[in-house]
Design a protein around this ligand. Structure first.
Ligand SMILES: [Zn+2]
Length: 218
């Protein structure tokens, strides 16, 4: 699955997706009217009249990540470490995304760790990094890998660790209907992949000591 994604957008995975011709706002609103009718309701009844416009505005917010290139952003914002060479961990960065299979919400949190070589970034920058990748149509595995790859490419640290925990509303509100289930994905690069102690330090910091077996770690 990853291959297809990489093959199609081989040049710069975390750069902006290939620009597509966007429909007009009117066309997007018309599509929402169609979905309302598909749901069995009347888009011309009073309560629904303004709904297409609201949905389209909501989409602008939910999918605002297509308008930003996180690599460029991070490149401009790193700082020198001043000799700090211990693991940096940010945990519980909340995010909302949408699954690319059902366009249903994915809600959860991301934990990020890295071992700086010469550059660090502020907390708000990492939160922004998560936001840019989450405000797109996503699958959790890809988002986790994209965040890790972007940090690695820009900061060039000794290692990067990203763990994502999230609930998928396409699983909890439909289909297999399993409320309460969360999915955990992880990406370990460099020192976090090669050195068990460094990895343990990170997992302990996010409260997962000895917890992660496989679940996408690579
Ligand atoms: Zn889904």
């Amino acid at each position: 699955m990853d291959k297809a994604v990489n093959g199609k957008r081989a040049r710069g995975r975390s750069a902006l997706p290939t620009p597509l011709e966007r429909p007009t706002r009117e066309e997007a609103e018309a599509a929402v009217r169609t979905l309302i009718r598909w749901s069995g309701d009347d888009p011309d009844r009073e309560g629904l009249l303004a709904t297409p416009a609201r949905v389209v505005r909501a989409y602008e917010e939910w999918f605002s990540g297509y308008n930003a290139d996180p690599r460029e952003y991070l490149k401009r914002t790193f700082e020198e470490t001043g000799g700090y060479d211990e693991v940096v961990v940010l945990r519980d960065i909340m995010f909302e995304s949408h699954c690319e299979h059902h366009m249903a919400p994915i809600i959860g949190r991301v934990h990020i760790g890295y071992l700086p070589r010469s550059r660090v970034v502020g907390i708000s920058k990492l939160a922004r990094l998560v936001e840019v990748f989450s405000k797109r149509l996503q699958i959790q595995e890809k988002m986790t890998a994209e965040i890790a790859a972007c940090l690695e490419a820009v900061l060039k640290p000794h290692g990067v660790a990203v763990v994502t925990e999230a609930a998928h509303q396409c699983m909890t509100t439909r289909g297999v209907h399993k409320p309460g289930v969360t999915m955990v994905t992880s990406r370990m690069l460099g020192a976090f992949r090669d050195n068990a102690e460094t990895r343990q330090e990170f997992l302990a910091a996010i409260g997962m000591r000895g917890g992660l077996h496989g679940s996408g770690a690579s």
